[in-house]
Design a protein around this ligand. Sequence first.
Ligand SMILES: Nc1ncnc2c1ncn2[C@@H]1O[C@H](COP(=O)(O)OP(=O)(O)OP(=O)(O)O)[C@@H](O)[C@H]1O
Ligand SMILES: [Mg+2]
Length: 409
Amino acid sequence: MNGFDRLSGGMKQRLVIAALLAMQPDILVLDEPTSNLDPAGVRDVVELLGRLCAERPELTLILVEHRLDAVVPLVQRVLVLDSAGRLALDSSPGEAFSTHAEQLAALNVWLPSETYARLAASRGELAVWGAPRRQMSEAQVSSKPGGGGLSQPDAAPVLEFEHVSFSYRSGRPVLRDLSFAVHPGEVCAVVGANGCGKSTLAKLAVGLHGPDAGKVLFDGRPVAEIPARTVADRLGLVFQNPEHQFVTDCVLDEVRFNVQGSEEEVQSAARRVLDALRLEEFVDRNPFALSHGQKRRLSAATMLVSPKELLVLDEPTFGQDPSALEELLRMLNAAADQGTAVVVITHDMDLVWRRADTVYGMQEGRMLPGRKPTEFFADIEHLIHLGLEEPACVRYGVAGLERAGRSGK
Ligand SMILES: Nc1ncnc2c1ncn2[C@@H]1O[C@H](COP(=O)(O)OP(=O)(O)OP(=O)(O)O)[C@@H](O)[C@H]1O
Ligand SMILES: [Mg+2]
């Protein structure tokens, strides 16, 4: 399709959904239709599907989803598959998420945030900081786990954008006078509506495009002046679309390709990261023959296998089940602890809340000043203006979905 590659990740997803709906099918199967959409886009799609179901009662809608909050109100029936592909449950949503909630959590299946809140409360695990930010005291805010503020604000930045502007050959400006800096060990989140320029920023950060005006500096030097091999060793970008990254025809080779050392060192580093990200059984498989979520983990693995000074991850958590998300987070934390500067581009506000030290909102190519997550999410009007929303764990007062979700672990 002409121009398709010029759309942002979320715009492509919107286009595909629109094309499917225009065909007016009797059976509509949507496989994670909202994984790359901004929160406003998720609401639009859910509203549209709701209207469609009301207008066409004969329509059968099958939604395959990990993140359930928005879609649960649409569904009358919940089917759950276990890790072996067997049908583990077939029931109404009410029954699935009340009677069977613990059982589903134990199957490593996501539950609606409201269910996590209820499970956590029943275990006495609700933490004070989980209350809506507007009702939080400063003491409660500072007890939030994860990032609390700039990690090494005094150290020289690893990555600096100085008044950067950029447009693709054909069009209007995509990045406008954009400045920000990331320091060693800092995890910074970049958030904003579909098409605001996040993935473009990621590509400039690792030198795939050069700025039209301004500077992109890595370790004080323009990225463009750094030899390609050095860039590959010291900087890592996990693309929004994992397939853009694969260069070999075997999972193990894909990871080995990105690590240097003796044969033994390469092999053991590759095996370690593949084990950690639950890809060990696919080492001989073609990367393109993995599931969506496995491709995501493989593309992350290729960048996490060796230490980097800067890691840019574009939507690192889409399509992940609860334990895979935890493992990715653990590896990100480990990288940051070792001094890696991490930029996470994401529509997952819970991830931002849980881990970011600094949050940068983007709007139409402009970057807003960085804020701590507690400040960023306290400003509801600002959030709405950016097309974003509060993290579910804040809205429902859950102290970390992972604790509430994984019973007995
Ligand atoms: N290769 C390209 N050529 C021309 N325009 C492009 C190209 N890639 C992206 N754009 C345009 O640049 C703008 C920013 O796109 P970008 O992919 O950076 O957005 P994004 O913030 O990552 O969005 P999303 O949340 O949907 O992933 C969009 O208007 C998009 O259409
Ligand atoms: Mg993008």
